[in-house]
Write a protein that binds this ligand. Structure first.
Ligand code: SF4
Length: 746
């Protein structure tokens, strides 16, 4: 058996196994798309298709095995639009997830109170019977709507179908209220459509890409990073707005080191300049938009000089960067970002970005935003789902009417009984999401969990949330299972198959099997009436002109577009899905709900003396906290660091590389120390760290205690009044040189 080091070398992460793209942005090109000829390693020439589960980008690839039939490496599928045949560094580390000896290995049932890691091993029969009986009892007493699903990842679709069949519509992904929700609402308000995933940004052909707090290159959205690299090579200019000199900033023509929390002021000043200098696309604005005159009047006082006093950015820099965008238009993208829950006015900030895109005529234009298309995979025939009597929304009458998806934090809050809210939830099924870290304000999440009569956690790893579960169901990894057909949107409609490359290790099972077994026990078998997953997938694929046999062979199938062009045609008449049928610069929907129809800058709380704003982000080798224990990826980055400006470090006497503790405005000190990175690359008023470290569960033997957790320092949350997003960047930290007493004692 090969060592873990060998896996690093041969999976394309080692120095001999990779080539960095021309612009050095860190996307790794597989040197071979087939087994190496004449290699000392003879390999099993069979390969199985998959799509990567290390992050939500879901790049399609191939899994190869070694001569012993063991999983050896994962590489990109050349036919895939998400990956273009290349996996990012963390994606190539996928086998590390499969070989992780810390994996959950068998079902567990709690034997002591919540929070204590005292479980007994159980058979699948016993664990599933236990869950079914509990859920039935809860439904009899409180109604089926009292069970909620909180989910992230591919298997969630099957549990979602189970919940709907059971009579509950409360199915939430933290990726909405804790990540991309505000931008989706903002783009719906403006263009009548969301941005989607992968984002419909036409970076490939752009001439100007504007990144606002979005650090592509470190945030490894594979296809986007490749397109950004190619665009730079073709001469596109990058404008980066960030208090930190990120990798993207280093590739930029203009870096705007903005004072944190003032982005809306910059955006409104840009809108002011572009309107007043008449740099906007007059034909486009005239033909497609609604509310231009109101917008023009609204921004008249929002000059670059006004914004300078707020953002600390020189007026000349604001004007020059606006001109850069206008020169490139319509091939310009003000990138909508992804994790956009920052200060609580995030829908309005995203609106300002959408408006800027509209003024420059980039929506629906080459080099701006393309019209995506997808294959619609039909569902296996089943009886109609019952109509739930209640949903999570009943806990929030007259609130969040513009939220299109369920709020995970809304379910959490509605689980805690209060005088003002009906207590709706008694059971949670938590699939593939470590709620302790994904929903901010951990204390409140734990309070909600204590109110539950049942919490089931489905995961591959013993993440912190499993310690609070009543029943833990161990899922096999994505390399060991079939999943739903990937049918996400792109320039061309396409599908991708994931199938098992190996039998599940230990006593683990795939999500579809668990959901079907639970359905049988709940008397809902008719909703899962297929005999085998192969039968179901083959039926689905045949409905769209493929088959399981074909997809097992090719992995990815791309279809011709069937409607619309990729871009608006010249003079094409368009109707947008907004109230007015136009692109709304003035939002009638926001006005009708009592919100500002056009964005306004409002000042946010400043750090108290001796504190610095906590900013956080991603590293190319890790995804959230899920990969910190991966042996292959841990070798690339074992712990995070705290970026501190030298002036600040000097005042505190902090040396580069010194371990310190961070403490937030509420007196919460990081459980573990973090190494200081003293660098000019960050403003003096901010501290930056990569998210996903500082794990407290000792069962994660490699990740435990490595680095500090930003999540535990985020105790202050500002709710976006428009759609309920949980803003996390209103937290401040100071420096400590020792652990808290109780932690030191333990
Ligand atoms: S971007 Fe990287 S981690 Fe994410 S799906 Fe693609 S290869 Fe996997």
């Amino acid at each position: 058996m090969r060592s873990r080091r060998d896996f690093i070398r041969i999976s394309g992460l080692g120095a001999g196994g990779l080539a960095i793209s021309a612009s050095g942005l860190g996307v790794y090109k597989n040197l071979a798309s087939s087994p190496p000829q004449g290699s000392e390693l003879s390999v099993d020439t069979t390969r199985t298709p998959t799509y990567c589960e290390i992050c939500f980008w879901k790049c399609a690839g191939w899994v190869y095995k070694n001569e012993e039939g063991k999983i050896w490496k994962v590489i990109g599928n050349d036919e895939d639009q998400h990956s273009n045949g290349r996996f990012c560094p963390r994606g190539t580390g996928g086998p590390g997830m499969y070989y992780d000896e810390d994996r959950l290995k068998t079902p567990l049932i709690r034997t002591e109170e919540r929070g204590k890691q005292v479980f007994r091993e159980a058979s699948w029969e016993e664990a599933l019977d236990y869950i079914a009986e509990k859920i039935k009892g809860i439904a009899e007493e409180h109604g089926p709507e009292c069970t909620a699903l909180l989910t992230h990842g591919s298997g969630g679709k099957y549990f979602g179908n189970l919940l709907k069949a059971f009579g509950s519509a409360s199915i939430a992904a933290p990726s909405y209220a804790q990540c991309r929700g505000p931008r989706e609402v903002a783009y719906h308000m403006t263009f009548g459509e969301g941005v989607g995933s992968p984002e419909r940004t036409d970076i490939r052909d752009t001439k100007c890409l504007v990144l606002i707090g979005s650090h592509l290159g470190e945030n490894m959205h594979n296809g986007q990073v490749q397109e950004m690299s190619d665009a730079i090579d073709k001469g596109a200019s990058i404008i980066t707005v960030d208090p930190r000199y990120s990798i993207a900033a280093s590739k930029s023509k203009y870096w705007l080191p903005i004072k944190p929390a003032t982005d809306i002021a910059l955006l409104m000043a840009w809108i002011h300049v572009i309107i007043n200098e008449e740099w906007y696309d007059k034909e486009y604005v005239e033909k497609y938009t609604y509310g231009f005159d109101q917008l023009k009047a609204h921004v008249q006082h929002m000059t670059p000089e006004w914004a300078y006093g707020i953002t600390t950015l020189e007026p000349d820099l604001i004007r020059k960067s606006a001109k850069e965008m206008a020169n490139a238009a319509p091939a310009v993208i003000i990138h909508p970002g992804r994790h956009v829950v920052w200060y609580g006015d995030d829908t309005q900030r995203s609106r300002a970005m959408a408006i800027l895109n509209a003024l420059l005529g980039s929506w629906g234009r080459r080099g701006g935003f393309y019209n995506p298309e997808k294959v619609s995979i039909p569902s296996w025939p089943h009886p109609p789902y019952p109509v739930p009597g209640r949903t999570w929304k009943d806990a929030y009458p007259d609130q969040y009417n513009l939220a299109y998806e369920t709020l995970a934090s809304g379910i959490c809050d509605a689980t805690i009984p209060t005088l003002s809210k009906a207590c709706n939830f008694k059971a949670w099924i938590v699939n593939g999401t470590n709620l302790i870290k994904t929903i901010p304000d951990t204390e409140k999440t734990l309070q909600a969990i204590q109110e539950l009569e049942l919490m089931v956690v489905i995961d591959t790893m013993p993440m912190a949330i499993t310690g609070w579960a009543d029943v833990v169901l161990p899922e096999c990894t994505y390399l060991e299972r079939y999943d739903t057909i990937r049918d996400s949107t792109h320039r061309k409609p396409a599908i991708a198959l994931r199938m098992p490359a190996a039998e599940p290790m230990y006593n683990t099972k795939p999500a579809y099997w668990m959901a079907k077994e639970l359905a049988n026990r709940l008397g809902l078998g008719e909703y899962f009436s297929w005999n085998t997953i192969e039968e179901m997938l083959d039926w689905q694929l045949k409905q769209v002109g493929s088959s399981l046999e074909e997809m097992q062979r090719i992995g990815v199938k791309t279809f011709d577009r069937t409607y619309d062009d990729l871009y608006f045609q010249k003079d094409q008449d368009m109707e947008f899905y907004t109230n007015t049928g136009k692109i709304e610069l003035y939002s009638t929907a926001l006005a009708a709900e009592g919100f500002d129809p056009m964005p306004k800058y409002t000042a946010h709380e400043e750090p108290p003396p001796g504190f610095y704003r906590l900013n956080y982000g991603r590293a190319p080798s890790h995804t959230f906290g899920r990969t910190a224990n991966n042996a292959l990826l841990k070798d690339l980055m074992e712990e995070n660091t705290a970026w501190i400006n030298p002036k600040v470090a000097g005042e505190w006497g902090i040396e580069n590389g010194q371990y310190i503790w961070l403490e937030n405005q509420d007196g919460i000190r990081s459980s573990f120390p973090i190494r200081a990175r003293v660098t000019e690359r960050i403003r003096w008023d901010s501290v930056y760290m990569v998210h996903g470290f500082g794990h407290t569960n000792k069962k994660l033997s490699r990740a435990y205690g490595k680095g500090a957790s930003d999540s535990e320092l985020i105790t202050k949350v500002h709710l976006d009044p428009i759609m309920g997003g949980t803003a996390m960047r209103g937290n401040f930290v100071t420096f400590k040189f020792e652990p808290k007493e109780e932690e030191a004692a333990s």
